[in-house]
Write a protein of this length. Sequence first.
Length: 499
Amino acid sequence: MGVSISRLFCSGTLAWAGVSLAAEPALTADDFFDDKVLQEVRLFINPEDWRKLQVNAIANTYYPAELVWRGQSVGDIGIRSRGRGSRSGIKPGIHVDFNRFELNQAFLGLGKVELDNISQDPALLRERLSMLILKKMGVPAPREAHARLYINDTYFGLYGIVESIDRRFLKRTFNEDNGYLYEFKPLTEGYRFQYLGPEVEKYSPVMWDPSTNENKPDAKPIEAMIRAINQSSDAEFASAGGQYLNLKEFMVHIAVEMYLAEFDGILGDVFGMNNFQTYRFEGKTLHRFIAWDKDNAFSWHERPLFVGVNDNVLSRRAMLVPELKDAYLDALLRTAAYVGGAGGWLDQELTRAYDQIRDAAREDKVKLKLVDGDLKPSSNEDFEAGVVYLRQFVQTRSGFVRNAVAGTGFEKSPGAPQLNGVSGNGYFSAGAAVSLSGSGFGDSATALTVLINGFAAAVTAVDDGQVSVTVPDKLRPGAVPVTVLKNGLVSNTVTVEAL
């Protein structure tokens, strides 16, 4: 089954001409997922096998191939079609398994990687930007970058390189990997955390499909978790559910997805729960949700903040606990503070990513988009229009979220600082030293994060009523939001004029 690039393609047989690869020293998986550059990935595969993979894209048949990246080569790998609604024979999503045919083989310490065809997002940027926000908010999420994908040395299309959620991810993220990892597979009729009875098989593997410990998939804690969430009394809900989930972390996760206007996530309002994985820590009943697949995020910049909340048993009951509802609203405001508005952190990230992928996207002749539930060809005009739509969301969503949260009566969490304004002449300029006035700042600079349009400002001095900062160099002129976080608790936001 061995595959080597020392062979030659001839008459449709698998073979490659001898190639001398000058490998760069000390490259790591961090380099592979580095989104500061547009990566280049080359797959070498028998042309007939590639044709079969495209024709039979619905199947999970593995084909032997070789992957080359920055002078690093790994052969004897297996590739297959991947995805559910994103599956396509025109532009296949590709699951790469480095040890499919060679036991214990790894590439840069990775056992697997996903090559995402980004088939449901005409802007080709939503997933990458979503994962940046999720990780900034402390939600476990995979590393991602864009890449030009070449098939047998011919440019095929623009793809996303996505870190697989596997034992290596678990070790890197949680510093352990012997617990129980499950990929959630949604039911056709939708599922929203309702209790289906004591039979474990109603939950796993039909929905919670084990990715580790497959030979001993102990799913009893999943049934117990869902039973506790559904059957505990209102008075006992937080303690009963807290045995299985850190409920505040869960509220942060769904708050970020709500900020992202994600209609196909944990609170999926159309298809029920979707696009997450679950890890149960070793020797414990505690579970953690892991973000996955955000091609459908950024759906509408004025999407309300409680869509789907009452339909899902877990979120509906959690919102009845004042402390958990506050955690949800606080997380929405923190996300808005980190994202910024026009010219802010995410807006500049969008520009950087767009500039990086633009040429590769326009040269991609197999781009796809989702139209009324079906994948259709996507044009360069669709790509540009998708980016314009995405930018409108990025520039306006934070303002909408802050206004919507204010409409609930929530201002800031107990213990959060109060921000009154800017001392002195009341405006910022990039690189300037300015002071913010207010109360409850404390006396520890390390406890504070000052966000100016999403950029963290260097704190130079602090007392309980004043914070001195250096305005970030990346700040652009215009009206900018300023927010202070103290030990993660978010203050009110004030708007100042940057020059």
